[in-house]
Design a protein around this ligand. Structure first.
Ligand SMILES: [Zn+2]
Length: 154
């Protein structure tokens, strides 16, 4: 009897020598992982399979249109987490769905960056007793349009 490490959970499991292709143990969760990975590979390598899967998924969604609605009602944590992640994604991309570049909301800025000397500390160094602090000069060369006009009025 040979021993192998499961590609999903990493625990060792016995394999029969006839079936050397076996990479996953018999745990139901590991078998799920094995099937999911096989499907992912199959979708990548076989366009017909991918199209079939997409069609089946669409048909299922049509038959079970309330599924996600019910799921969201039953899992408020999931909804909140999703909302936060979408918010973060939106913040990262400054282009909205219509392809319009979002204007910077100046009123929501925590502070306004001004030219001057700043202390720069690597985030990783915070909490370490002896950390390097750099003194850097930041010069503002461009501002959001609304800020510029506010200055012009002065
Ligand atoms: Zn396993």
């Amino acid at each position: 009897m040979q021993i192998k490490c499961c590609a999903a959970c990493g625990k060792s499991f016995p394999i029969r020598t006839q079936k050397t292709g076996q990479s996953y143990c018999s745990q139901p969760d590991c078998q799920k992982v094995r099937r999911r990975r096989w499907q992912q590979e199959k979708r990548k390598s076989d366009p017909d399979y991918a199209e079939n899967q997409a069609r089946a998924q669409q048909a299922w969604s049509k038959r079970n249109s309330d599924y996600w609605k019910n799921y969201r009602t039953a899992h408020p944590d999931y909804v909140e987490q999703n909302r936060k992640m979408q918010h973060a994604r939106n913040a990262r991309s400054s282009v909205d769905k219509r392809g319009v570049i979002a204007k910077m909301d100046v009123s929501n800025e925590p502070f306004r960056l001004v030219t001057g000397l700043y202390e720069l500390t690597p985030i990783a160094a915070v909490g370490i007793a002896k950390m390097d602090v750099w003194t850097v000069e930041l010069r503002v060369v461009a501002r959001a349009q609304s800020v510029k006009s506010a200055i012009a009025k002065r």
